[in-house]
Each structure stands twice: as C-alpha cells, then as structure tokens.
Design a binder for this molecule. Structure first.
Ligand SMILES: Cc1cc2nc3c(=O)[nH]c(=O)nc-3n(C[C@H](O)[C@H](O)[C@H](O)COP(=O)(O)OP(=O)(O)OC[C@H]3O[C@@H](n4cnc5c(N)ncnc54)[C@H](O)[C@@H]3O)c2cc1C
Length: 335
C-alpha cells in the first residue's frame, strides 16, 4: 500500500537547494493530515553528510543514493535512481522543486512509473474527505487557478515553484532514520558525455532572497523610473524588482521579474509601485508578509492584496517616502 510523502531534494555541487527544504516544510503540514511521514531523497556523489540538515528542517527519514555517475545532474541516471526507489517504497506523494532540474526530472520519472504529474504548483492541500492531494496551479495563461487531483495512479506527483512554500524553523535537535540505497549503474545509463560545466554569473541578484523588494511596473515609463525605486530600496536595504511590462520593455533585467513567468517571492515587505496587480503578477508575490501598494487608481486589483495603500502619483510619493525613511533612520525611529 502506498504511504508517506517523499521529497526529491535538489543539490548542486553538494549544496542542498532551498526549495527542497521548503517542500519538507509543506510536506510536514500535509503529512499530519494523512498521519504519514516525510521522507527526503537525496541523489548525488558524496551527499550523505547532508542528511542532518534535512532532519533539522523536518524530514523523518532520509534516503541517500551516492555514486560517482551522479556527480553532475544528468537526466537518465537520476531518473533510474528515483524510479527504482519509488517502485520499491511505493510513496503516496512525491514532490519536486519546479527548478530547471525538477522540471526535467519529474516528467521523466512520472512517465517511467506511469502516473500523473501536476507541474508548477502554487498550492497543495489534502481533501478532507477523499484524502487526495489537491494540486493547484495557474492555468489558461494564468487567468484561472486549476485544482487537479490524481485519483487512480500512485504516487501523486507535483513540482512546486521555489519560494512558494515556507520552510520550518531549523531545529538542530531533530534526527531520524538514514537509508543508504544502492543503485547498480551500468555505463549505458550515462547517455551523455559532460565536456564542460559552465557556471552562471554568481553576481546576479537573486530577488527571492531579498527581505525587502521595491517593485515597479508600466508606470516607471523607462529605465530612469527604476532609479527612483533604487533610492527607496537602498535606504531600506532592499532590492528592486518588476512586473513583466518593465522586463518586456527592456527597462530592467529579466531575473528581476516577479510573477507567473518570473520569480515567486516572499519578502517581509513588498512595495508595488504603479503595478495594477494582474493575476499573473499576484501569483508571484501575494504571499509576501506585508504588501504596500502605491497606485493612482484606488480600484486597481493590487489593492485587494495590499496591507496598506498610498493612492496617488508615485512620482510625488516615492521621493517623499525615501526622504521620510531617511529622516526616520537618522532620528533612529526605525533601523
Ligand atoms: C501567460 C502570461 C504570463 C504572464 N506573466 C507575468 C509575470 O510573470 N509577471 C507580471 O508582472 N506579469 C505577467 N503577465 C502580464 C500581466 O498580465 C500584466 O499585463 C502585467 O503584470 C501588467 O503590468 P503592470 O502592472 O506593470 O502594468 P499595468 O497593468 O498597465 O498597470 C499599471 C499601473 O500603474 C498605475 N499607474 C500609472 N501611472 C501611475 C502613477 N504616475 N502613479 C501611480 N500609479 C500609476 C495604474 O493605475 C496601473 O494600476 C503575464 C501575462 C500572461 C498572459
């Protein structure tokens, strides 16, 4: 019989990626409702030392697959390892991060074990009556949110966007069961030859890590508009980000885009300046802890998710806000 929620932990160069820890946090919540356990699977070369970290973030059990063939991510051997584990342990649910690796791996695994996969979820819940996993994701260009269930096949599988789920606070006292799982790889499992690994420029800002984001939209009018946002972001120690309009217009870099086709962010403070709040934008920021909207249209949809709104022209409001924060900081009213 199928049981337990399995999380496929992504690691790069042996470093556990945050999305895996977020999924352990979410799985812990779901597992309570099912009265089941959370099992983390980590696949790679020399990754056993990471099991403690996975326990500290809430995993009850860790399955480790280690082999030199798994040093770099390659679809075929990773698929083989996961398929074998899933067929042997028969999990009820398997979750992957919707990263470039997860988006490649999860459909291969789902197809190999003949089950369904809901990609790019932004919400997960357990149906109280059927105990099925309800997997919610934007559909039809983001105009509706679709909730999908996998009734007849097991495991129920989903990929979840990084930054959507909350990780649990780290607890160094937690531990659990470790299973070293052996997969017999043969040379034919490696169907590609890695000639070179080219790393992305690390200096690029990761807006998903920012505690404060000041975000601009169409009303910025050009790259110079974002400079006024940079001033507020700097005094607050935050970063600037954007709606898709600013990115498509070439006013700001793509990696700063928030939303369905950009990044999902969850900062402590999100300041939306001249952003209407289209559903595709909200999908990427509505879980921010506190949302301040600055918009001249008091009926803009962003107002529905804002904790606080300033209605008026941002060209007037943003410089005043920057000055007010500077003064408050100088007077030590705020840190
Ligand atoms: C498949 C698909 C995926 C998409 N993915 C994304 C995505 O990832 N992220 C995203 O953001 N969008 C995405 N979009 C686009 C989305 O539908 C909207 O078009 C976009 O978010 C609108 O951006 P905006 O709010 O900057 O502009 P607008 O909707 O034009 O809003 C501009 C706002 O600025 C206000 N304003 C104007 N001047 C001022 C001023 N002087 N002072 C104060 N307020 C002012 C206006 O009142 C208005 O509310 C996607 C669309 C599709 C179809």
């Amino acid at each position: 019989m199928s049981k337990d929620i399995y999380i496929v932990i992504e690691q790069r160069d042996g470093n556990v990626q945050k999305v895996g820890l977020e999924l352990i946090g979410e799985a812990t919540r779901l597992a309570k409702e099912l009265n089941q356990k959370v099992v983390a699977i980590i696949v790679g070369n020399k990754v056993a030392s990471k099991s403690d970290l996975l326990f500290h973030y809430g995993a009850d059990k860790v399955i480790i697959v280690e082999d030199p063939i798994l040093k770099e991510y390659v679809t075929e051997p990773y698929t083989k390892a996961l398929t074998k584990i899933i067929l042997e342990f028969e999990p009820e649910i398997v979750l992957f991060g919707a990263s470039s690796i997860g988006r490649d791996l999860a459909p291969r695994v789902a197809s190999a074990i003949h089950t369904g996969l809901t990609a790019d979820c932004t919400g997960l819940a357990i149906d109280p009556e059927t105990k099925l996993l309800m997997m919610t994701r934007p559909a039809f260009g983001g105009n509706i949110m679709a909730t999908i269930v996998c009734r007849d096949y097991r495991p129920q599988m989903a990929t979840v966007r990084p930054g959507v789920m909350k990780m649990l606070p780290k607890d160094d006292t937690l531990s659990g069961e470790v299973v070293q799982y052996k997969v017999d790889f043969v040379p034919e499992d490696m169907n590609v030859e890695i000639l070179e690994v080219a790393k992305e420029d690390k200096k690029r800002v990761d807006i998903t890590e920012a505690k404060i984001l000041v975000s601009g939209g169409r009303a910025m009018g050009g790259p110079a508009g974002y400079e006024s946002l940079r001033a507020v972001a700097d005094v607050l120690g935050g970063e600037i980000s954007s709606s898709r309009v600013g990115v498509d217009s070439g006013w700001i870099e793509k990696h700063r885009q928030v939303g369905q086709t950009g990044k999902t962010v969850r900062p402590a403070l999100y300041i939306a300046c001249g952003i209407s709040g289209a559903i595709q934008h909200l999908a990427g920021m509505e879980n921010s802890d506190f949302i301040l909207a600055i918009n001249k249209d008091e009926s803009a949809p962003i107002m529905d998710v804002a904790d606080l709104a300033i209605v008026g022209d941002l060209k007037v409001i943003v410089p005043k806000l920057t000055e007010a924060i500077k003064k408050a900081k100088a007077a030590k009213v705020v840190d």
